[in-house]
Design a protein around this ligand. Structure first.
Ligand code: MTE
Ligand code: MO
Length: 414
């Protein structure tokens, strides 16, 4: 590969080699780390990748963090010499602007990246902002770097030359007061810039929608689940006492969304219980429900605040079934047939752990884990099993789906 020949770390770290050579090495080095960071970062952002390769998700995250850390090393070598570098650019306004932009983006990425890395010891609001800012800086920085490396590549220079020749032969430059008002070179660059920006449009749009659009999904419209009767919301739920959720869910699933309806759906509590209980939808919606307002935190940094959930507290369900002395853990199953998670009996008895049926007064949509999903507000949401249809009391600890793939068994939110 070409970069192997080009990147020479020795040059970067040796004291007595000339400054210009060092800058070039730094540039090549940064290009490689930026490429690796973008690749691992985009894979982390992608929910398709998440469900296609769940077992390397944690590895990808660690890789992203370590490449990030290693990429910072050259900066420490650069900063003491920055003054000198800026001086060499004193007559090049564009280069100075470029440098300023790149350094600003880098610093934003580094600070937000550090905050995200240590998300477990900061409050969730800090990580959710760090995630938004980290992504935003990526959506500016990544297209910019692609543009930068493209317009400086050999084939682009060739293209420009050809473009300019055509121009001289066939079409004179527009001239006003002796100055060209539209250089074709500029046009070519603007065109490539726009193409790159357009390429990023869908993903940036998606990101924008996730963070800033105030989409209130009407369950009746977007819910593929076919359930009737529709449970009548408690007065505290409609209108929601939490005032309506703030923020948006990023819908995750490790399987296809299960096709559920009031005929094929059932809810079972079994294992180490006095009486095995199975409910069909009709029976389930007759159980007495509570309302709570709580925040929902994904371990990757995003949160949804002030969600008004209505459902059956898990401990009510457990008490009704009668937990046997020997039961120590509770295992939760999803109707997707794959996803499971677990709580200790003590954790399962916490008063805000709930089999939720309504969100902000409406049926939980199928994407969101409806008709019934677990919520464990004090823990990261990988504990909040979607399409919950079975609760089993067990003696020995079970390791959940994501915990098997590297997520911490300690899921408490700070
Ligand atoms: N069945 C099932 N439950 C699940 C998941 C999943 O992939 N499948 N993902 C978990 C994770 S990591 C999170 S952050 C939340 C996401 O909930 P949402 O898809 O409603 O936003 O669901 C949790 N419960
Ligand atoms: Mo998550």
């Amino acid at each position: 590969m070409r970069w192997k020949k080009r990147v020479n770390l020795r040059i970067l770290f040796q004291g007595n080699i000339n400054f210009g050579k060092k800058l070039i090495q730094l540039h090549h080095y940064n290009a490689i780390s930026f490429f690796l960071l973008s690749l691992t970062g985009l894979l982390l952002f992608s929910s398709t990748f998440r469900s296609a390769f769940p077992s390397i998700r944690v590895l990808m995250k660690d890789l992203h963090i370590w490449v990030g850390v290693i990429s910072c090393i050259p900066l420490f070598f650069y900063f003491p010499k920055m003054k000198k570098h800026v001086r060499t650019l004193s007559k090049k306004k564009n280069n100075r602007l470029n440098l300023r932009l790149v350094l600003t983006i880098l610093i934003i990425l580094i600070i937000s990246g550090i905050l995200l890395t240590f998300h477990r010891i900061t409050p969730p609001i800090v990580s959710s902002w760090a995630l938004i800012i980290h992504d935003a800086a990526t959506w500016v920085g990544l297209p910019y770097v692609i543009y930068h490396s493209m317009t400086r590549s050999k084939w682009f220079k060739k293209l420009e030359k050809r473009f300019n020749k055509v121009e001289i032969k066939e079409e004179p430059m527009l001239i006003e007061n002796g100055n060209p008002i539209y250089k074709r070179r500029t046009f070519l660059r603007m065109l490539s810039g726009s193409v790159i920006a357009l390429m990023f449009f869908p993903v940036v749009g998606r990101w924008f929608q996730l963070n800033f659009a105030s989409v209130t999904e009407k369950a009746s419209v977007s819910n593929g689940n076919q359930f009737s009767p529709i449970p009548k919301a408690n007065a505290k739920s409609a209108p929601p006492i939490g005032g309506g959720r703030k923020g948006q869910f990023r819908y995750y699933t490790v399987t296809e969304i299960p096709k559920l309806n009031d005929k094929n759906w059932s809810f079972t509590i079994d294992g180490l219980v006095e009486k095995l209980s199975t409910y069909n939808w009709d029976q389930f919606v007759q159980l007495k429900r509570d309302v709570q307002v709580s925040d929902f935190h994904c371990v990757t940094g995003w949160s949804v605040y002030s969600v008004t959930w209505e459902g059956i507290p898990l401990r009510t369900l457990l008490q009704q079934a009668g937990v046997k002395e020997s039961a120590k853990y509770v295992k939760f199953y999803s109707a997707d047939g794959v996803y499971t998670d677990t709580l200790s009996l003590d954790q399962a008895m916490l008063d805000d752990v709930m089999a939720a049926v309504l969100i902000d007064g409406e049926l939980i949509t199928e994407k969101n884990g409806g008709p019934v999903r677990l919520i464990v507000p004090k823990m990261y949401a990988y504990k909040s099993v979607k399409w919950l249809n079975r609760v089993e009391l067990i003696e020995n600890e079970h390791i959940g789906y994501w915990e098997k793939r590297g997520y911490s068994q300690d899921a408490w939110v700070n």
